[in-house]
Design a protein around this ligand. Structure first.
Ligand SMILES: Nc1ncnc2c1ncn2[C@@H]1O[C@H](COP(=O)(O)OP(=O)(O)OP(=O)(O)O)[C@@H](O)[C@H]1O
Length: 260
């Protein structure tokens, strides 16, 4: 039985639009992230995936309920303490473009080095491991500003691996990658989850690959959320009306969407 490291309890997420008004994006969200498990977060544009990911790693945008990391409320962790548990890979452009790739990877170790310039052998161990696992040896001396979007994506994932946290959260990690790199990234994340005992959660619009390669899937719909294996969710018909579009049909046998 895999250990649950992060879970939500009747979580409602959203935004304070003005002093008196809250805009609820999702509510009654009860999900779990388990060690050794690769979990995909799926849902149509604007349904609340990024908002949920932010709530999970930072405690922001929580309107009701709780996010529990190791049974303790996420808001009770200091930023530094939390960074030893959760690393995050976001889609937004990063403000480090003058750094070299190696310097960016060193930033992954700051929860342990406290911004000291002296890295220990353990710090170097994790940086080297991240470089090897993500296959970025040839990019190490590049400046971040010289990277393509797809290369930057891999470097940011390497930084998260260097941070060596039990939980890794990624917001649309495959969105700049070609099919070949998408598949190798999915396989890398799966390997990391299984062999390094990590709980990995990523949001994605790559439905077919997510259904094929994830251990668990969380689906957000309007006023509804559900978690399970892809087999369970397919059998329950969760994907049948996913897009609310008559041109798109989910073929349960082929486990993929087909354009009519
Ligand atoms: N700062 C904000 N204030 C108010 N509403 C916001 C804010 N940021 C996002 N939203 C709204 O929250 C909803 C969910 O947005 P979110 O970015 O979480 O969706 P998403 O599922 O990640 O979408 P996508 O797949 O398009 O990236 C959207 O309706 C969006 O307009």
């Amino acid at each position: 039985m895999q250990k649950t490291i992060l879970k939500t309890t009747d979580l409602a997420i959203g935004y304070q639009t003005n002093k008196a008004t809250e805009r609820i994006i999702q509510e009654k969200v009860n999900i779990q992230l388990k060690i050794g498990t690769l979990t995909a977060l799926l849902g149509v544009n604007g349904i609340g995936k990024s908002t949920l990911l932010k709530a999970l790693y930072s405690g922001n945008h929580i309107l009701k309920g709780n996010v529990l990391l190791e049974e303790k409320s996420i808001s009770k962790y200091s930023t530094q303490e939390r960074a030893k548990y959760i690393s995050i890979v976001l889609t937004e452009k990063i403000p480090y473009s003058n750094l070299s790739v190696k310097e960016l990877l060193k930033i992954g170790r700051t929860p342990y080095t406290n911004w000291s310039i002296h890295l220990t052998s353990e710090d170097w161990f994790w940086i080297d491991k991240a470089i090897t696992l993500t296959n970025i040896e040839d990019l190490i001396s590049y400046k971040v500003s010289q990277l393509s979007d797809g290369q930057l994506q891999r470097i940011l994932i390497a930084r998260a691996i260097a941070q060596n946290t039990p939980v890794i959260i990624l917001d649309e990690p495959t969105n700049h990658l070609d099919l070949n790199h998408k598949v190798s990234l999915f396989k890398l994340l799966k390997k990391l989850a299984e062999e390094e005992d990590k709980a990995i959660l990523f949001s994605s619009h790559d439905m077919d690959l997510s259904l094929q390669l994830s251990d668990e899937i969380i689906v957000l719909k309007s006023n509804f959320n559900i978690q399970g294996t892809s087999d369970t969710l397919i059998k329950k018909g969760v994907f049948d009306y996913f897009f609310n579009d008559n041109n798109l049909f989910f073929d349960r046998d082929q486990r993929r969407f087909i354009v009519k």
